[in-house]
Design a protein around this ligand. Structure first.
Ligand code: HEM
Length: 203
């Protein structure tokens, strides 16, 4: 390995770190929604973990971009980090990465703007995390050098399996009324689409 190769290696490592952190942030968010405790972490502790993982994923994306600009293997300008299609290497798949990064930033900023934009708009924006995760996965698999290695395949499959499995679990538990809600249901009717779970706690 030469010193010249270092930014390229770090760009790959931070890309992998970014997708792992995005996946883990989604897992933590889904555990909040399904009220599932893992290793004693639940409720506000899980919300805190979710937010920290989300912030760390943004830092990893920023590092990924910085190392790509430093790397001389492919000529990537700072502008190409924000305008999809400007990277000469696999422009479609790197463009998908750019869009995923921008959506990740939007979702994160919406955390802070929740009181201004309202809970309903914030909740809708939060669904974009699925686009960020799917975009990041497709981008990494289609543009990455390490695609096809056993460890990368295990990472991608593990993340996809965890997010898909917990999303299914969330869909099942959202339909089942909680014990307290069951009592209230006798005296009041819930608005359509309100699952009664604590997404508000994610603010
Ligand atoms: C949500 C945002 C992003 C995530 C999660 C992400 C993740 C990844 C992953 C997992 C890889 C595969 C690395 C490997 O195989 O070792 C990768 C490669 C790559 N990404 Fe990203 N990326 C993101 C944003 C971007 C952006 C904004 C750019 C800038 C154009 C970009 C450009 C690249 C390039 C050129 C590669 C190929 C590097 C190589 O493996 O040789 N990515 N990315």
């Amino acid at each position: 390995m030469t010193a010249e190769m270092l930014p390229w290696i770090l760009a790959r490592a931070t890309g992998m770190t970014a997708i792992a952190l995005i996946g883990l942030a989604m897992v933590a968010g889904l555990l909040v929604r399904t009220r599932t405790a893992v290793g004693g972490v639940k409720g506000s502790g899980m919300v805190g973990l979710h937010r920290h993982l989300s912030l760390l994923s943004l830092l990893a994306i920023a590092a990924h971009g910085a190392f790509l600009v430093m790397d001389t293997t492919v000529d990537i300008s700072p502008l190409a980090l924000v305008v999809p299609g400007l990277v000469p290497y696999r422009p479609l798949w790197t463009g998908v990465g750019v869009v995923a990064a921008e959506l990740a930033l939007l979702v994160h900023v919406s955390f802070r703007l929740r009181s201004r934009i309202g809970a309903r708009t914030w909740r809708r924006l939060h669904w974009l995390t699925y686009a960020v995760f799917a975009g990041g996965m497709v981008h990494g698999i289609a543009a990455g050098t390490d695609t096809g290695t056993t460890w990368a395949t295990a990472l991608y499959a593990g993340l996809a399996g965890a997010v898909a499995g917990l999303t299914g679990w969330r869909a099942v538990t959202a339909r089942r009324p909680r014990p307290a809600a069951r009592g209230r249901a006798r005296v009041q009717t819930r608005p359509m689409g309100d699952t009664g779970t604590s997404q508000e706690a994610l603010s």
